[in-house]
Write a protein of this length. Structure first.
Length: 180
């Protein structure tokens, strides 16, 4: 079954969503997938990854679970000995998604510390794992999902203004019915 065939329905809005995904999937831009709870944002993210033909992995990260004390390590990894308990080198989610897609489910709940780290990543075009001086520059496509638009998040104070303007994400609205 092709990726788009998993989207059930023949309505005009579903046909528009299929066309939009076909156009946007091959592009390298970061995307913001918007839809109510249960409307298939995660499915849309996977379809975008599959249609993009990126050879790397699809890595999902629940933004709500990124606690401030571990966010840097979770996103960018760490070197052995960089902190107590770091008994080996570990690739963070961003590097795990090299040549693939990093999907932030609950993207609207991405804490400010994580937004700042992602903003720094955009500025530097790379990152250094905790305790490591080398700069790593993986090729990663980033997708966010939330029930509200980035502009609504900015206006409510939940999205850093600099991050909002640097993100350059395209919004994709999801309201899906699932094929059996």
């Amino acid at each position: 079954m092709s990726a788009l065939a998993r989207l059930a329905g023949t309505s005009a809005s579903m046909q528009k969503l299929r066309r939009t995904l076909s156009i946007l999937a091959p592009k390298p831009s970061w995307l913001w997938i918007i839809g109510e709870t249960g409307t298939g944002k995660g499915l849309v993210a996977r379809i975008i990854h599959e249609l993009s033909r990126r050879p790397g992995r699809f890595v999902e990260l629940n933004s709500e679970r990124l606690k401030s004390g571990i966010v840097e390590s979770v996103l960018f990894g760490h070197a052995r000995g960089s902190f107590t308990g770091a008994d080996r080198d570990w690739k963070g989610r961003y590097e795990q998604a090299d040549r693939g897609t990093l999907f932030f489910s609950e993207g609207g709940r991405t804490r400010r510390r994580a937004q700042g780290l992602l903003l720094e990543l955009l500025d530097r075009r790379g990152f250094s794992p905790a305790g490591d001086e080398r700069v790593i520059r993986p090729d990663v496509r980033v997708l966010f999902a939330s029930s509200v638009t980035p502009l609504q998040l900015l206006q409510s104070g939940k999205l850093e203004e600099h991050f909002f303007y640097r993100l350059g994400a395209v919004e994709v609205v999801s309201s899906l019915k699932f094929a059996p």
